[in-house]
Design a protein around this ligand. Structure first.
Ligand code: HEM
Length: 417
């Protein structure tokens, strides 16, 4: 095994897959989910759990499923699945604000919502952020270096940058950035990908506080429009159509969460991968034109968003298995991104990797709307960091991971320079 290859056998999971949600909550899985994914892909690539949920780990199955028109994200189907899990409509009302976004709709309503948001979230609006992102990164690094010669990279750069960028873009006042970051962290850390009454109740107060705050902000911008994304979303019209207040709320909630936590993980997981492969950092320092392929490789190698979810509409064949109407599926993006049938030497970090069609931004109708912004932030943050601190090194052997298996991210990342 090359020094450039992450050890994938050390935490091998050999207890069968019956209790997969339990396996995904284990400390060994948090340290290295790729050992379990590799075993699943080899032994049960289309795996049905004891709860009746399907887990997909092969690139071809994940990719086809994401693009399959016979797969649904409709919130009615989610509610039916949650009823099967023993949850009541009252339990579901606890997550109400999230449910009105494009993420939980199918075409044609999904197309309608996405077109409306796309019209406000333009490439021009994203590209215009470049100088501001560069300034924020430089200021954060100035502050960290002044306090040096060590820092927690998560606290110094990976966490503050994305929340500042998405909040400024939307028009959230600077004084509120910190509480948005805290609500978002609590929400993600408390959420369970198979929801239970307890998990919903745990994060209900955060959802309510977030909702009250956003409704007030939408009211303010409706009364006094500004040059920001919230105002653009309020006033946006497409073919005489516009977003309702609940849709606006769901969209702002989605943008603040999706546009923030995932990018934190790109910078955090990405820097950890680079720091564990000093030869790859040197390669990037020697040739800065590799920054775009570096970001794609970091997205593939330790995906910030590991697992998505959908429901079968009618009978669907996947990898020789029959999935029935209403069955829930979890296509595992992080597993697909390490499939040797798609990627040469997939456990190897190669910042110049060619033909890197990773699925970290998903695929099909729900392909990440914020991918250009995420890539821009990643390139500026990581590019400037490795140039400015050429002797950056990890200051720990063991890192601590956050609990949510869908969003893979670090608690902290101690470094010296
Ligand atoms: C590295 C950073 C990011 C990653 C890895 C990522 C990944 C993803 C993935 C996998 C999905 C599909 C989710 C699913 O099907 O369940 C998605 C959807 C989405 N993302 Fe991102 N994302 C990132 C950054 C962003 C940013 C910066 C924004 C916005 C500012 C954003 C906005 C969205 C939206 C609105 C959707 C829903 C699209 C739809 O349903 O049609 N994302 N993202």
């Amino acid at each position: 095994m090359s020094s450039n290859t992450q050890q994938t056998t050390a935490t091998n999971y050999d207890g069968g897959f019956d209790d997969i949600t339990h396996a995904m909550a284990s400390p060994a899985f948090r340290q290295n989910p790729y050992a379990l994914f590799e075993q699943m892909r080899r032994e049960h690539p289309v795996y049905r759990s004891s709860q009746g949920a399907w887990y997909l780990t092969r690139y071809a199955d994940v990719d086809t499923t994401l693009r399959n028109p016979h797969m649904s994200r409709d919130r009615e189907r989610i509610a039916r699945w949650q009823a099967q899990l023993g949850l009541t409509p009252e339990d579901n009302s606890l997550q109400q604000p999230l449910s009105q976004s494009m993420l939980t709709t199918d075409p044609p309503n999904h197309t309608r919502l996405r077109q409306l948001v796309n019209k406000a979230f333009t490439a021009r609006r994203v590209e215009a952020l470049r100088p501001r992102i560069e300034t924020i990164v430089d200021e954060l690094l100035d502050a960290a270096v002044a306090a040096g010669p060590s820092m927690d990279l998560m606290a110094a750069l990976a966490k503050p940058l994305p929340v500042m960028v998405i909040c400024e873009l939307l028009g959230v006042p600077e004084t509120d950035h910190q509480r948005i970051a805290e609500w978002s962290r609590e929400f993600i850390d408390q959420a369970s990908y198979v929801p239970t009454r307890e998990s919903l109740q745990r994060y209900a107060p955060v959802v309510r506080a977030f909702e009250d705050y956003l409704r007030e902000l939408i009211r303010c911008r409706s009364a006094q429009p500004r040059d920001d994304l919230i105002t653009a979303l309020i006033t946006m019209q497409h073919c005489g159509d516009r977003l309702t207040e609940d849709e606006l709320l769901g969209t702002c909630f989605l943008l603040l969460l999706a546009g923030h936590e995932t990018t934190v993980n790109l910078i955090g997981n990405g820097m950890l991968a680079l720091l564990r492969h000093p030869d790859q950092i040197r390669r990037l320092q020697d040739d800065s034109s590799l920054i775009s392929s570096t970001i794609e490789e970091l997205l593939r190698y330790d995906s910030p968003f590991q697992m998505t979810m959908c429901f079968a509409v009618g009978k669907v064949e996947i990898g020789g298995q029959t999935v029935h109407d209403g069955d829930v599926l979890f296509p595992i993006l992080g597993a697909a991104n390490r499939d040797p049938a798609q990627f040469l030497d997939p456990d190897r970090l190669d910042i110049a990797r060619a033909d890197n069609r990773h699925l970290s931004f998903a695929n099909g109708p729900h392909f990440c709307l914020g991918a250009p912004l995420a890539r821009l932030e990643g390139k500026i943050a990581i590019g400037r960091l490795v140039r400015r601190l050429p002797d950056l090194r990890l200051d720990t052997d063991i890192v601590q991971w956050r609990p949510n298996p869908r969003l893979r991210g670090l608690v902290s990342l101690p470094v010296v320079y």
